[in-house]
Ligand binder design. Structure first.
Ligand SMILES: [Zn+2]
Ligand SMILES: [Zn+2]
Length: 220
């Protein structure tokens, strides 16, 4: 009898230990979850605006808007005329504009529009933590910007190629729009949200979201 009780205890105690470990793991995961907020993604809106800023060809931006609109199943309207940029580029010695300043600038200039807006510029851009950026977006905000400067083959002493430029600009636009909707960088190399700092990295990704990112945006 006492043997049976002892055996019973032996069977129960490892279970208790497991439950305690389980609770501890759950607690640690919860604390970890509180420390890094979960990725909150908004569904792709039905319409958005593309705004050429500075010395930028509105015809090229219209073509770009059509491609991006088709890829995102979204009505992307491009403005007919480019919005002149303020004369202060932020980093005049390198002839670069601060990307966040251009986003702020389009918010002030297009105030009241309210829709998600992607600015397109020929100016080279930098951010507070990077010497140059191909684009920048407000995460879950309403503004983003891309620069065509380093997407142009001419920047690398190669002959101009409008088709290649449009392909690269389409991918960069979709990437920044993904950030605007709340997506972070995706580990999948076959996803447009994969981190791309160089133009070679832009060329390596497809112009579309992986199934996981697409689902989160309500695209699939
Ligand atoms: Zn990014
Ligand atoms: Zn992805």
């Amino acid at each position: 009898m006492s043997d049976e009780v002892a055996a019973g205890r032996l069977r129960v105690e490892p279970l208790r230990v497991l439950v305690a470990i389980g609770l501890l793991v759950a607690l640690v995961l919860t604390i970890e979850g509180l420390r890094t907020p979960p990725e909150v993604v908004i569904e792709m809106p039905k319409a958005m605006t593309m705004a050429p800023v500075g010395d930028c060809d509105p015809e090229l931006v219209k073509q770009l808007a059509r491609r991006v609109g088709m890829a995102l199943l979204c009505d992307v309207k491009a403005a007919d005329v480019a919005i002149p940029l303020p004369p202060n580029p932020g980093r005049p010695e390198r002839d670069q504009y601060r990307a966040a300043d251009i986003i702020d600038f389009i918010h002030t200039t297009l105030a009241g529009g309210g829709s998600h807006t992607l600015a397109v510029t020929e100016e080279d851009l930098y951010s507070d933590d990077m010497n140059f950026v191909l684009g920048l977006a407000e995460v879950r905000g309403r503004g983003a910007v891309i620069s065509l400067a380093r997407l142009r083959p001419e920047y690398y002493d190669q002959p101009p190629d409008r088709e290649l430029l449009l392909e690269r600009a389409t991918k960069t636009s979709i990437h920044e729009i993904g950030h605007m909707m709340g997506l972070r960088h995706c580990p999948n190399e076959q996803c447009v949200m994969h981190f791309a700092l160089s133009v070679a990295a832009v060329d390596a990704v497809p112009p579309e979201f992986c199934p996981r990112c697409a689902r989160r945006l309500g695209l699939r």
